[in-house]
Each structure stands twice: as structure tokens, then as C-alpha cells.
Ligand binder design. Structure first.
Ligand code: MTE
Length: 268
């Protein structure tokens, strides 16, 4: 397994104090199970292989460029952002559109802190994010050249500012291993996993609704607006239940993945 060794800069930050405001009533997925079953197409389309292919991926140092409709655009070092905002741990459900699920302890900070820091202008209505494009370090980008790299995703500004939306730098009490999207990724727990873009290098505040990677490839299957919802089937399978990775147990899917209280008002 590819483990992220704590560096001097991160040594004292993990594990972070857990925020218990978001209880999950399912057992936590084992760390090794989560680390060996990954969607990260930049490396491979085979989930069990991703962790074996990430060794050449350089994740330090790492900056995020923030552009678009904001008063303070710029390029920000991830280590500095972590120092500035601090870290907390939250245990969230993770529901993939493919009808499997996990329960994972993430470490990070609310995306809203980053958005406030750059001072969005009145024109900012959406947030668009990009993953790195490095075919020399990411064999899946080299081999699957027909995909519209780099991976890109988007949220409305309201979704991005919701209390649940996190920029994540750690998992299971230590920095993110590369296969989970080191050194920094998005986590949006009420949406299918494809929104939770990994290894983010650029964030743009836009007025228009951005395109997204999977929607560009298959618009009927990976809708920009989709929320986890047992009543809305994927065109090729039901979303009524999900299989927990590790135990194999099948459980009922919950609307908004169980986060109705925090996000229901966004979709009235
Ligand atoms: N981000 C990038 N850049 N590339 C990807 O292929 N896959 C998404 C999401 N983020 C993906 C990505 C999907 S479909 C899922 S389910 C989650 O990452 C999986 O996250 P995990 O491997 O940490 O469990």
C-alpha cells in the first residue's frame, strides 16, 4: 500500500480532533479496504490496481491556483492553507454512483473557508475544479488518451459553501495516501463520489454552470445536478440499495446520502 509519510510540515497535524456533529450509523470501513479499492482513472480504470500505480506521482510541494470572479485570486501553497485553516476530522458516508459505499474518516477544512479567503464577487455563482494533468506520472492518463483530461468537476457556489463540503488532506488520521487524491481533494458527501475530485490544482469561480468530466462523456449517466437518491435510477441500474465495500452488506440508500438536514434546503 502506498502510505503518505508525515513530513515535518504535517507531523503535528494528524490525527486531528474529530467533529462529532455528523454521526453515521454504519460501521467504519477498514483502512486497508478503502486504500485498495479506488476510483482514480488518471492511474487505472481497475479499482484494485490504482494503489500499485501511484508511486511516481509527485505530490509535494503542491499549490492550488484560484482564479475567476474573486477579489483575491492567486496561487496558494497547500501546506500554508492547512496552517491557516487548521484541520478537523469528520466521519462521512461515501456513495459511488456505481452503487457501492464506504464510511470513511476524512481530515480537512470546510471549502467555505477557502472561498471566503479569496472574496468572491457578485458574479461568482459556481465553482469549477481541476485535477493535475501529468501523463508522465499517471499511467492512466497516458494510456486512456481519449478521456478529456484533466479531470474537472463543479458545484454551485451554494453547494460549495455548504457546511458539509470539505477540502480534504487526510484520511484515517494521517495525510492522504496518493490513491485517495493526495495531497488535497474535495469531499461532497451528499453527492455521488464522482463530484469528490482528487488532487486538485486549480479552482475557478465562474458565473456560468461549468461542464464536468463524466457528464461530458455520458450526460445521461453522470448528471451535474445528481444527488444521492434511491428513487432516481441510473439508466443502467437501480440506486435503491448499495453494497458496503469490505463487509459486502447491502443497505438501503438514503436520500442525500443521509444528509437531508444539512442540504435539503438547497434543492427546494
Ligand atoms: N478524481 C479524479 N481526479 N479522478 C477520478 O477518477 N473518481 C471519483 C472521485 N474523484 C475520480 C476522482 C469517483 S467516481 C469516486 S467514487 C471517488 O473519487 C473515490 O474516492 P476514493 O478512491 O478515495 O474512495
Amino acid at each position: 500500500m502506498s502510505e503518505a509519510a508525515p513530513t515535518d510540515a504535517s507531523a503535528n497535524l494528524y490525527p486531528a480532533v474529530r467533529n462529532d456533529a455528523y454521526p453515521v450509523y454504519l460501521p467504519m470501513t477498514e483502512e486497508a479496504v478503502a486504500a485498495h479499492y479506488n476510483n482514480f482513472y488518471e492511474f487505472s480504470a481497475i479499482k484494485e490496481k490504482v494503489h500499485e500505480l501511484v508511486d511516481d506521482f509527485v505530490t509535494e510541494p503542491w499549490t492550488i491556483e484560484i482564479t475567476g470572479h474573486c477579489a483575491r485570486p492567486g496561487t496558494y501553497d497547500v501546506a500554508d492553507l492547512v496552517k491557516k485553516f487548521g484541520l478537523e476530522e469528520r466521519v462521512y458516508r461515501l456513495r459511488c454512483v456505481e452503487a457501492w459505499a464506504m464510511v470513511v474518516p476524512w481530515t480537512g477544512f470546510p471549502l467555505n473557508k477557502l472561498i471566503e479567503m479569496v472574496e468572491p464577487t457578485a458574479k461568482a455563482k459556481h465553482v469549477r475544479m481541476f485535477t493535475v494533468n501529468r501523463p508522465d506520472q499517471a499511467p492512466g492518463q497516458k494510456k486512456q488518451s481519449w478521456y478529456p483530461w484533466p479531470y474537472f468537476e463543479g458545484l454551485t457556489l451554494e453547494e460549495a459553501r455548504n457546511e458539509l463540503t470539505m477540502m480534504v488532506t487526510g484520511i484515517y488520521g494521517h495525510p492522504l495516501p496518493k490513491q485517495h487524491g493526495a495531497p488535497i481533494r474535495l469531499v461532497v458527501p451528499w453527492k455521488y463520489g464522482y463530484k469528490s475530485i482528487k488532487s486538485v490544482v486549480k479552482i475557478e469561480l465562474t458565473s456560468r454552470r461549468p461542464d464536468t468530466f463524466w457528464e461530458t462523456l455520458a450526460p445521461r449517466e453522470y448528471d451535474f445536478w445528481a444527488n444521492v437518491n434511491p428513487a432516481v435510477s441510473h439508466p443502467r441500474w437501480s440506486q435503491a440499495t448499495e453494497q458496503m465495500i469490505g463487509s459486502g452488506k447491502r443497505v438501503q440508500t438514503l436520500k442525500y446520502n443521509g444528509y437531508r438536514k444539512q442540504v435539503g434546503h438547497l434543492y427546494k
